[in-house]
Design a protein around this ligand. Structure first.
Ligand code: MG
Length: 160
C-alpha cells in the first residue's frame, strides 16, 4: 500500500560580516554571511529537517552533529544528498517540497530559479516539485534587524 507522509523543518543562523552566504545551494554575494559549523545554508537545513521528520528520522543534528569535524565547513548540498540516501534506505522518495526563506536583505528573487533547479536535482524530483519562496519580515525581529536568517520547509514523501 502506498504510504504518504509529511514533515516540517525550521532553521535559523545568525549573520556576521566576513562570513560567506550560502542559500539553497548557491553562494550569494552580500555584506554578511551565516555563522555555522557547516556552510550555514539555512534553507537546505530546514529542508533536510522536513524530509527527516517526514521519514520519522528526527533531525539534521542527530545525523550530522555540529560537534563532528567531518561536517566542519561542509557543503550543505552533501547533507541533503545524504538525507535523500537515508530516506531511500527506508523506501521513501520525495513527493514535493515547499519552503520559505526569511531574509531582510539581500533581494533573493534573482536567485530563486537557480536554487529550485539545484534542490530538485539533489532530491531527484522535477523542478516543479520544489517551491522556494522568500520574504522579508518588514524589518521586524532578528531577521528584520539583519541579525540572522530563518527558513521554514514542509516536505511530502512517498513510499510505493
Ligand atoms: Mg542549520
Amino acid at each position: 500500500m502506498q504510504k504518504i507522509r509529511v514533515g516540517i523543518g525550521y532553521d535559523v543562523h545568525s549573520l556576521a560580516e566576513g562570513e560567506s552566504l550560502w542559500l539553497g545551494g548557491i553562494q550569494i554575494p552580500h555584506t554578511k554571511g551565516t555563522v555555522a559549523h557547516s556552510d550555514g545554508d539555512v534553507l537546505i537545513h530546514a529542508i533536510c529537517d522536513a524530509l527527516l521528520g517526514a521519514a520519522g528520522l528526527r533531525d539534521i543534528g542527530k545525523h550530522f552533529p555540529d560537534t563532528d569535524d567531518e561536517f566542519k565547513g561542509i557543503d550543505s548540498k552533501v547533507l541533503l544528498k545524504r538525507t535523500i540516501q537515508l530516506l531511500s534506505e527506508k523506501g521513501y522518495t520525495v513527493g514535493n517540497v515547499d519552503c520559505t526563506l526569511c531574509a531582510q536583505r539581500p533581494k533573493l528573487a534573482p536567485y530563486i530559479d537557480q536554487m529550485e533547479v539545484i534542490l530538485a536535482k539533489l532530491m531527484k524530483v522535477d523542478v516543479d516539485d520544489v517551491c522556494v519562496k522568500a520574504t522579508t519580515t518588514e524589518r521586524l525581529g532578528f531577521v528584520g534587524r539583519e541579525e540572522g536568517m530563518a527558513a521554514h520547509a514542509v516536505a511530502l514523501i512517498v513510499k510505493e
